[in-house]
Design a protein around this ligand. Structure first.
Ligand code: BV8
Length: 223
């Protein structure tokens, strides 16, 4: 089984910002203010404005050739896809069972009862939970300091993979950034597909825009 970890670079050519590149989101916004539970508690309106804007941006974006190539790969080879991205471009390209370890922009969650439902176009701090009625609704994304989703399943799949591939990620955010070391420790070959080397230790790397490098790699291994 091929284990694939994707990051913001996969969606960059669909017009969605990355985080740490020169014009990345974290150069414009203070991560602590908009992507932590503390930031949300301190100023829910600013945080919801941030996510409302990103949700609108993501909804108007289209999957690119790299998303479609990964959906094609899934149809041809046993593949497990984990994404750090909160957009759903992979799902919209036809990929299935994508594990959104950092949550999804198009979903909201009740902090009190845990109910989840599709996000409205615009969220505001006075939204109430449809399930328990509490005014504790938040974007269903994993903020810094919060536990990512699916770590047990990720570890189980990763340690049994035949190949680990990291696509379009800077390898900065843990625990995702530690997956390549976990693969190496289990003797699993590792491949990086990125615009440029992220500095992570991989057995192999193909560099260039995801819309070129990912389809070329998928064609190569499904030929
Ligand atoms: C956790 C959702 C405990 C929100 C995101 C202090 C307090 C608490 C925690 C910590 C702390 N110090 C450190 C930590 C750990 C922290 C962390 O790692 N911080 C970093 C900043 C050091 N991690 C956490 O808090 C995590 N939780 O630790 O809980 C725990 C953990 C395990 C077990 C038990 C308990 C939670 C992290 C999740 C945060 N939420 N997103 C939102 O999106 O608004 S993270 C955010 O960064 C996005 O999800 C993003 O995907 C992710 C990773 O970034 P990348 O995807 O790699 O994007 P980046 O911009 O960095 O890089 C872009 C890449 O694309 C580059 O390599 C570039 O070359 C490439 N690229 C660009 N263009 C292209 C391209 N490639 C190809 N083609 C192109 N065209």
């Amino acid at each position: 089984m091929i284990f694939i970890l994707t990051g913001a670079g996969l969606s960059a050519e669909s017009g969605l910002g990355t985080f740490r590149d020169k014009s990345g989101l974290w150069t414009e916004y203070d991560l602590k203010k908009v992507a932590t539970p503390e930031g949300y508690a301190a100023d829910p309106s600013t945080v919801l404005d941030f996510y409302n804007a990103r949700r609108a941006n993501a909804a108007s974006a289209e999957p690119n050739a790299a998303h479609h190539a990964l959906a094609r790969l899934q149809a041809a080879r046993e593949t497990f896809i984990v994404t750090q991205n909160v957009d759903t471009l992979l799902d919209r390209a036809g990929a299935t069972q994508v594990l959104h370890m950092h949550g999804r922009l198009d979903r909201v969650r009740c902090n009190k009862c845990g109910a989840r439902w599709d996000a409205p176009e615009i969220m505001d701090p006075f939204d109430h939970c449809g399930q328990c009625g509490a005014q504790t609704v938040r974007p269903d994304v994993v903020w810094f300091g919060e536990m990512p989703h699916g770590l047990d399943k990720i570890e189980d799949k990763l340690t049994r993979a035949s190949l680990f591939v990291a696509i379009g990620t800077s390898g900065t955010v843990y625990p995702a950034a530690g997956f390549v070391e976990m693969a190496t420790a289990h003797g699993i070959p590792t491949l990086e597909l990125n615009l440029e080397p992220s500095g992570g230790v991989f057995d192999e790397g193909h560099y260039g825009p995801a819309t070129k490098v990912v389809p070329a790699w998928v064609n190569e291994i499904t030929a």
